[in-house]
Design a protein. Structure first.
Length: 465
């Protein structure tokens, strides 16, 4: 079988869709079962919107079979049949075709499998290609670690499949010694385990008014895990920094097409050296005691405690020391707060997680028996540990909740307040966190063009029966 790309164009006047009966006849003709009768296998099809153009990717033993099958289209307009290369499955595979055409390795996880796995785990899938899904708030209950299968997923491109045996982390740029570290090398370096909350800067974007384009996260783009790996400082010490080094660039293995850019854009982010100092950055290879799952960066990811999670580059394969600011797409075009203040554009990079509390119990749909009612949740801030969480029920005064367990440096703080509700009814419960630097949550977060950092006070309507 040989592969062909078929291009058909007709004028608006001759469009078969003008008449429903003729339209249906042409569609039926294009059905896969009909094509088979002509010895043609259709691998993919698309119409160019508003252009009366149709493209097919099809296999046939020779061009004549295809011509015979497409005859009816030749009668109403123009037809081209172009021989194509034989990577049928790649070309027909939607997005991965773009990777292939741009010379990228198509070695990615099958998006359909990744999506099904997430659905099976109970995640809320926001988008399947690339895979983006949020955690259900009940999965955050009691402030424990979020199991790996329930941890929210945020990807900009397809999930790259990296072979652990040939994997290398390269360290280069302004260093004394370039390094190329295997997984074994990394496992033999000193290790550290840290509990760290990752939150997407877009968490809560869907709650901004007026609405903002982008992933429509509600409140589940946040999770906490125990990460194990090599402190970044160990690797930087091995390489030795040149005096001119100012910034560390972290390079992910994933890349793809981005509007406005020619050629593939890679997922990469940098931090200034002064931002790394004392920040406990980890090159993590384990998550909650298991090898890093593939959707969370297998076999190696950066974990940057306290920062919005865009800084925590997954599928980390390269580190480069630079002498000045990095201007990559995800550093400079995206992940900036952009406000309009008195008609003046104001711009500031997204950095630390803003202080925030979430109510995890009772769930809004849950019928809670009257009497003593436990209101529980988690709270976190990138600037410092949580100082207090206050809860207001039914428009009443703010009451201080109990912080549970020890104060966490980089992980969310569970909290709880027991209130007495003698009567049935629906009550609005609100929770407001304050961190040790004195920062607290606003009634409404300031709207910004790309919808980041929405840490408005969380409200849940609880129903008491
Ligand atoms: N290589 C790579 N790293 C990445 C991303 C990505 O698309 N590619 N997304 C970032 C963003 S915006 C977030 S919120 C976190 C999500 O991490 P998770 O999927 O493990 O929850 O990964 C960050 N690191
Ligand atoms: Mo994110």
């Amino acid at each position: 079988m040989a592969l062909f790309v078929v291009r058909h164009h007709h004028s608006a006047e001759r469009c078969p869709a003008q008449d429903p009966y003729t339209g249906a006849k042409f569609l039926n003709h294009l059905s896969r079962s009909n094509a088979i009768r002509y010895g043609v296998q259709i691998q993919g099809e698309a119409v160019v919107e508003a252009e009366h153009s149709l493209y097919l990717i099809a296999e046939a033993s020779d061009e004549n079979h295809l011509l015979e099958f497409m005859q009816v289209f030749q009668e109403i307009g123009h037809l081209d049949i172009l021989p194509a290369s034989t990577w049928a499955r790649v070309v027909a595979g939607g997005d991965s075709a773009a990777h292939a055409l741009m010379g990228e390795s198509p070695s990615v996880i099958d998006p359909a499998d990744a999506c099904q796995q997430a659905i099976d785990a109970g995640l809320v899938v926001q988008r399947a290609h690339p895979l983006n899904c949020e955690t259900l708030i009940p999965a955050l209950i009691s402030g424990a670690m979020v199991p790996n299968a329930h941890f929210y997923v945020r990807n900009h491109f397809h999930i790259p499949l990296l072979d652990p045996s040939s994997f290398r982390l390269t360290v280069g740029g302004l260093v004394e010694r370039e390094l190329s570290l295997s997984l074994n090398d990394l496992h033999n370096l000193p290790l550290q385990t840290l509990t760290v909350t990752l939150e997407c800067a877009g968490n809560g974007r869907a709650l901004f008014e007026p609405p903002i384009e982008g992933e429509k996260w509600t409140l589940g783009a946040v999770s906490t895990a125990e990460w194990t790996g090599v402190p970044l400082t160990e690797v930087l010490d091995l390489a030795g920094l040149k005096p001119s080094a100012r910034e560390v660039l972290f390079r992910g293995a994933d890349s793809g097409a981005v509007a406005g850019h020619i050629g593939p854009v890679r997922f990469e982010r940098s931090l200034r050296l002064d931002q790394c100092r004392g920040a406990e950055l980890l090159l993590a290879y384990a998550m909650n005691g298991e090898p890093l799952p593939v959707q969370h960066g297998y076999p190696l990811r950066l974990v940057v405690p306290d920062w919005y999670a865009v800084a925590s580059v997954k599928w980390l394969t390269g580190i480069e020391l630079l002498d000045g600011p990095f201007r990559g797409h995800y550093q400079y075009d995206k992940y900036w707060y952009e406000w309009d203040r008195d008609g003046e554009p104001v711009r500031e990079p997204v950095t630390l997680q803003r202080v925030r509390a979430l109510i995890t119990e009772p769930a809004p749909a849950h019928q809670t028996p009257r009497g003593d009612v436990a209101i529980r949740g988690v709270a976190w801030s990138g600037s410092s540990p949580i100082d207090q969480v206050e809860v207001s029920v039914g428009g009443g005064d703010w009451q201080e909740a109990n912080l549970l367990g020890e104060r966490r440096r980089h992980g969310w703080q569970p909290w709880e307040l027991i209130i007495r509700v003698p009567e049935p009814g629906t009550l609005a419960a609100r929770a407001r966190a304050t961190d040790l630097t004195g920062q607290t949550q606003p009634e409404r977060a300031e709207w910004n063009r790309l919808g980041y950092g929405n840490n408005a006070i969380h409200q849940v309507d609880i129903s008491i029966v």
